[in-house]
Design a protein around this ligand. Sequence first.
Ligand code: KIV
Length: 271
Amino acid sequence: MSVHKEIKRVTTHVLQEMKFRNEKISMLTAYDYSMAKIVDEAGTEIILVGDSASNVMAGHETTLPITLDQMIYHASSVIRAVKRALVVVDLPFGTYQGNSKSALDSAVRIMKESGAHAVKLEGGREIKESVHRILTAGIPVMGHLGLTPQSIYKFGTYTVRARDEEEADRLIEDALALQETGCFALILEKVPAELASKVAATLQIPVIGIGAGNVVDGQVLVVHDMLGITQEFSPRFLRRYHNLYQEMKGAFTNYIADVKSLEFPSEKEQY
Ligand code: KIV
């Protein structure tokens, strides 16, 4: 008899049941093996291999430069660590907007080459055909509305979206269109809390917010931001659970001083 307790994996059905039970869903990003292992063992339901890797891992100003090959590299590192969470991977800019065939090809590459469980696409009705085609291959799709960073040059700023009635109505219609097409969940980024709660109440599928208040079905944060590793990014919605930048810098400074003073390695740390 095996002594190992079997870990019950989070699936899209589990998330749907959580919404029906009004049990909140937690989601965090991860881009590498070591971080994904900690995030998974902490018990988050969804791990997002976000294209925010373009900012926090590669140092780009926007999410636009990251490539499909780079996303596959990050996703396969994450997958090797995860035993429980549902792993969702962003389709990067330029790999799904052209036509539904290229969207399907990109999603298939992610699933086949990384072993991920689902993909995420930014946009509303304009990407409906792509979402539909990906779904026909049996690949679960998560939507993303509100502030969609891949369209930053269209918006011009990272400010709150859908403050006016016209944009709010459009967002609700887009959310309904994504649900009708078959998305299993939706991210709402940086929209008024009242609008987000209305979307969460209207939709049957889970709505996960980031800067969208707490009357939604769950929350997502970028791990490097919530740990305080990134310092320059400080939007109102971001709660920092740590100041790892300072702690890590302190550890590095101590190490450097120990090396220079011959404090490290000690006799016990040598052969
Ligand atoms: O890329 C990302 O990390 C995201 C989250 C901010 C939702 O899309």
